[in-house]
Ligand binder design. Structure first.
Ligand SMILES: *Cc1c(COP(=O)(O)O)cnc(C)c1O
Length: 486
């Protein structure tokens, strides 16, 4: 007889073992100091085991070969992506959830914290009149919001699009700087990627409201059904915040659904110095935010907020399943113990595209309990300050050029030197050397065909000093390359 996995009483031992490995990994100075060379692929590339080695050996190898060769994303100097390393509170809460309540449904403490944390999050981000639902990330959160928009737009013309399908040409208006998941959502929703009309931006990369107004007029004249207007509060590329009040008023005037993609930048509203840029948020019909970006949750948590959650129910409900319907008594749930299975709790599975899904609110709850709104505000301001510090250094140095004024915690700049005609290639080469050095890892981006070095400060482990450190490195490497070209 082959052995099944060894039974209870092991979480304490093995979670703690993994924890030591992670603590080690997070404090490493340079990845090579910890990772055992470059042959980790060979170590992991084994044939499928016929006989198991047991939990002891598995946890051992998790620490030595897997965790030790983990991702650069969690390094403090990593500023490439907007997703970051999860904080401890988020990680332990997610682990507790995945073990203690594998599903987010059925009324229990984890299910309860879904709604509580969504309400906290809505309150913190200035959309407290909205109800929410969690999903895996901004991509799905946008899809859910636009699914709601599609449902609503078609209901206005007397058509149940979720049941009957799309029967006429539609349009989604989005900033030219929108995240490409807007197009993908349009594709998945049967509207077609090409139904997304990109609206021109100003030099600060904010959507131009007049261009939006003109586009809507043309489409209405051509009998195209508008489904949504999508604005950014914090574009992925540069952190640009669209003029949401002006855009929201155009949406109102034309009775078009107004969606705000705040996956990255919605928490920027916590920084009172720029909070006025979020004026008009109350005009939104739906808003998304990714706790796994600025708030520091482990990847896999986004929230869609919507002014009327029932629309999501109509947009995404599944056909009823007999085995689920028969198993609960909806009348009796209020006073039942949490493990009684008397009540499904709030049916989040009907507000989106996932049935099985882990509870995610527990991580958001844990992070907010740990440092509070004030702690989050301090972090957001710290990161915005870091982008401003980079901009300040750039302005003060003739070898550097600011490509775009930072709105949030992203700063786009480049090295310039007299006599170099292809600055894009030159800055690309600086960037290659920079990331190979592996302490400061920003990304690059293009702003109007100009290649810029783009640090995005969002990681909970990013602290002041890394702004100066990054600029110093860019200057050192730029000077070095200039020397080599002489
Ligand atoms: C990151 C991002 C997304 C996509 O979110 P994921 O969590 O990566 O799926 C969508 N919109 C914006 C503005 C983003 O920054």
């Amino acid at each position: 007889m082959s052995k099944d996995f060894a039974e209870t009483g092991q979480f304490q031992t093995y979670l703690s073992k993994i924890g030591s490995g992670l603590d080690e990994f997070l404090k490493f100075e340079h990845p090579d100091a910890l990772a055992n060379g470059s042959n980790w692929r060979e170590k992991l590339n084994e044939p499928i085991p016929q006989k198991g080695v047991g939990i002891e050996a598995v946890s051992e190898q998790l620490v030595t070969d897997v965790i030790a060769n983990g991702s650069a994303i969690v390094r403090p100097g990593f500023t490439s992506f907007i997703t970051t390393g999860g904080t401890t509170a988020s990680a332990i809460a997610s682990a507790a959830g995945s073990i203690g309540s594998p599903q987010r449904y059925t009324l229990n403490a984890f299910n309860y914290l879904e709604e509580l944390s969504l309400n906290w999050l809505a309150q913190m981000c200035g959309v407290s009149r909205m109800k929410g639902v969690y999903s895996t990330g901004g991509s799905v959160a946008n899809l859910i919001a636009l699914g709601g928009a599609r449902q609503w737009a078609f209901e206005q013309v007397g058509h149940d699009v979720a049941a009957e399908g799309v029967d006429r040409p539609t349009r989604i208006y989005a900033s030219a700087e929108c995240h490409h998941t807007i197009q993908r959502s349009a594709g998945v929703l049967g509207l077609g990627r090409r139904s997304v009309r990109l609206i021109e931006c100003d030099e600060q990369k904010r959507m131009r409201p007049e261009a939006l107004r003109e586009a809507i007029e043309q489409d209405l004249a051509a009998n195209i059904l508008p489904v949504a207007i999508v604005a950014n509060t914090g574009s992925t590329n540069t952190g640009a915040i669209d003029p949401i009040k002006a855009i929201g008023e155009i949406a109102r005037a034309n009775k078009i659904w107004f969606h705000i993609d705040g996956a990255y930048g919605l928490p920027g509203i916590l920084d009172e110095r720029i909070a006025q840029l979020y004026e008009g948020l109350e005009l939104a019909d739906s808003v998304i935010v990714d706790p796994h970006k600025w708030l520091g949750a482990c990847v896999g948590v986004a929230a869609t907020f919507i002014r009327d959650r029932e629309i999501l129910h109509r947009a995404f409900t599944q056909e009823p399943a007999d085995y689920l319907e028969g198993s609960v008594d909806h009348q009796d749930g209020a006073n039942a113990p949490s493990h009684s299975m008397d009540d499904f709790g709030i049916p989040y599975f009907d507000f989106g595209v996932e049935l099985s899904a882990p509870p995610r609110g527990v991580a958001v709850w844990a992070m907010l309990k740990e440092i509070g709104v004030e702690g989050m505000r301090d972090r957001v301001k710290r990161h915005n300050d870091m982008a401003q510090r980079v901009a300040e250094r750039v302005r003060a140095d003739s070898r550097l050029e600011l490509v775009l004024e930072p709105s949030l915690s992203i700063c786009c700049f480049r090295y310039i030197a007299p006599g170099i005609d292809d600055l894009n290639t030159f800055n690309q080469r600086i960037h290659r050397r920079l990331v190979r050095g592996n302490e400061y890892i920003p990304s690059t981006t293009k702003v109007d065909e100009v290649l810029a070095i783009r640090p995005c400060f969002v990681g909970a482990r990013s602290v002041p000093g890394q702004d100066d450190g990054l600029v110093d490195e860019v200057l050192r490497l730029g000077d070095e390359l200039v020397q080599e070209l002489m």
